[in-house]
Design a protein around this ligand. Structure first.
Ligand SMILES: [Zn+2]
Length: 113
């Protein structure tokens, strides 16, 4: 599952940070997930709980902030909002839209003890 490898990647980053800071416990992990990233938030939460068991991040709260999608429409020559990857431009209906925001997922903040 796609979300399982994402959760493992998050845990690795979180644990590296926690060790570097000599943390005893990770309290909160804040993630930014773009609406175009095709990440299933519920599945990710489930996987995060599973992979953090017996780690420094066990029981950590997972806070998820959604990032709106946007793309550059070639015919319009401007940035337009996008709700789905490979979707049409809401202004002109063209499919020549390059996603510019909302396709990524990243760890924004880690709160440790
Ligand atoms: Zn357009």
């Amino acid at each position: 599952m796609h979300e399982m490898s994402l959760a493992e990647g998050i845990l690795q980053l979180v644990e590296d940070t926690a060790r570097r800071e000599n943390a005893r416990k990770v309290k909160t992990v804040v993630l930014e997930i773009g609406t175009l990233s095709s990440v299933e938030v519920e599945a990710l939460r489930f996987c995060f709980d599973a992979v953090t068991r017996d780690s420094l991040a066990e029981g950590a709260a997972l806070e998820i902030q959604s990032v709106d999608g946007a793309g550059w429409c070639l015919p319009c020559g401007e940035t337009v909002p996008m709700n789905e990857l490979y979707g049409a431009c809401p202004r002109c209906g063209s499919y020549q839209v390059q996603p510019t925001a909302g396709t990524e997922m990243r760890v924004k903040e880690i709160e440790i003890d």
